[in-house]
Design a protein around this ligand. Structure first.
Ligand code: LMR
Length: 332
């Protein structure tokens, strides 16, 4: 009898150990639409690496990164997050208007003078509050990652707003960005990121706006002979997760993951400007396009032409929020 009990106990122990060993790791699919050699692409890979090396997480969590719209692209990725087909995304801040009108603030043209001002706003109380502004929709914001300031590109030389009249510009899925191009009497056209190169190549659109790193990594310089250094707006990201998934994680796993995200955020935000500078140089070296800087007077014309967009969205976004963001331009 004793022997039998012992044998049973042993068998139970063995199968328990088997269970523990076989316990499936938590899978975090992190999908995004850009290339690996961009601020966001690098951030996603850094996150994967740090989780993979972390003594408490490496056997419990597995991060899979899907760049270049390989798993889900614009238009599908948010739904995929909400139904649990992916667990993390970092969409551009221009892609949230279906879920909150407030995040539209980041698309207002000529709002931030530089990334230092963006940092002051994002890390201040109002910026931080926006991270949880979509929790009721099931989306939880974990961090902001920088890409950088936007430049214009076109199939003709565009120095002043009037040069852009009548041109078709690709925009992200953002009403603010549509209005921004309407303000200069150009024709905005919403298009997903994966379609941009072809759209420009075939002439579906004549120009676009993006950061140097996105232009370079998508080889947009092959199909756009002119870039205008306008620095007129921002492409930044909100790293998001499915709120239910996140809240359902074991407490210790969640807090270690948040710590890693915070570390990655510091690095991404430190590196973004340098990555964009390098990408700009690569475009110059390719010798396919000209990059036109603007004089302060020329840039002022763009500002004057686009600024009325602020008033159009001030009710939706909130005048107080816009004021707080504008004030972040004053160095503290
Ligand atoms: C775009 O669609 O142009 C950007 O949002 C792509 C990105 O994620 O940087």
């Amino acid at each position: 009898m004793l022997k039998l009990t012992k044998a049973l106990l042993c068998a139970a122990a063995v199968s328990m150990a088997g269970l523990v060993q076989a316990a499936d790791p938590i899978i975090i699919k992190f999908a995004h639409v850009v290339a690996d050699n961009t601020p966001k692409g690098q951030g996603a890979l850094m996150f994967q690496k740090l989780v993979g090396e972390h003594p408490k997480l490496k056997d419990r969590v597995k991060v899979e990164v899907y760049p270049n719209s390989a798993l889900f692209g614009d238009g599908k990725e948010m739904e995929a997050l909400l139904v649990g087909d992916v667990q993390m995304l970092a969409p551009s801040l221009a892609k949230f208007e279906q879920y909150t009108k407030k995040v539209q603030i980041f698309d207002l043209p000529f709002l931030f003078n530089d990334l230092a001002a963006v940092d002051r706003f994002q890390q201040g109380p109002q910026g931080k509050a926006l991270l949880s502004s979509m929790n009721d929709k099931g989306i939880h914001g974990l961090a902001y990652w920088h890409n950088g300031l936007k430049q214009l590109s076109a199939n003709k030389k565009v120095i002043l707003p009037k040069d852009a009249r009548g041109l078709k510009f690709r925009v992200q899925a953002s009403s603010v960005l549509e209005e921004q191009f309407k303000a200069i009497r150009a024709n905005p056209r919403k298009m997903s990121f994966a379609e941009v190169y072809q759209g420009l190549q075939t002439g579906t659109v004549n120009g676009t706006e993006n950061t140097w790193s996105n232009y370079e990594s998508q080889k947009v310089y092959e199909v756009q002979p002119f870039f205008t250094e306008t620095n007129h707006g921002l492409i930044d990201y909100m790293v998001i997760t499915n709120a239910k998934f996140w809240n359902g994680l074991p407490e210790d796993v969640r807090s270690e993951l948040q710590t890693i995200i915070d570390q990655v955020t510091v690095k991404v935000n430190e590196q973004a400007e340098a990555l964009n500078r390098t990408a700009r140089q690569t475009i110059i070296n390719a010798k396919t396009s000209e990059i036109d800087p603007l004089t302060p007077e020329q840039r002022q014309q763009w500002r004057d032409a686009m600024r009325p967009v602020w008033d159009k969205f001030s009710d939706e976004i909130g005048a107080d929020l816009i004021k707080a963001a504008d004030e972040s331009n004053k160095a503290s």
